[in-house]
Design a binder for this molecule. Structure first.
Ligand code: SF4
Ligand code: SF4
Length: 94
């Protein structure tokens, strides 16, 4: 059984690329994308690894609804846990 999987989910069209979440993450788990969103901002993305679910990024983000921290607890099926981890790693939690 997997105890917990945590990861940030960033809405790239709301993110203004201010980098507060990047600076504030104690795990250095958030990075700035090389791409721009429709408004012309480079947006933040999850690196795909290292999130502990501390929520510092959530509390430091000034843009409502730009960033959520998802925490999945007590996942009883290891195959489901593997699928979730693979998705988060490949898509940065988005
Ligand atoms: S929840 Fe904590 S560890 Fe995870 S990305 Fe946000 S600041 Fe980093
Ligand atoms: S703190 Fe919020 S607005 Fe700033 S880069 Fe991170 S997700 Fe984007």
């Amino acid at each position: 059984m997997t105890e917990e999987i945590s990861y940030p989910v960033i809405n790239k069209e709301i993110c203004k690329g201010c980098m507060r979440c990047i600076v504030g993450c104690p795990q250095n788990a958030i990075v700035l994308s090389d791409e721009m969103n429709d408004a012309g901002y480079q947006f933040a993305v999850y690196s795909g690894d290292g999130c502990t679910g501390c929520k510092d990024c959530y509390f430091t983000c000034p843009e409502p609804l730009a960033l959520e921290v998802h925490q999945l607890k007590n996942i009883r099926n290891d195959d489901v846990a593997k699928m979730i981890k693979a998705k988060v790693t490949s898509k940065g939690g988005n």
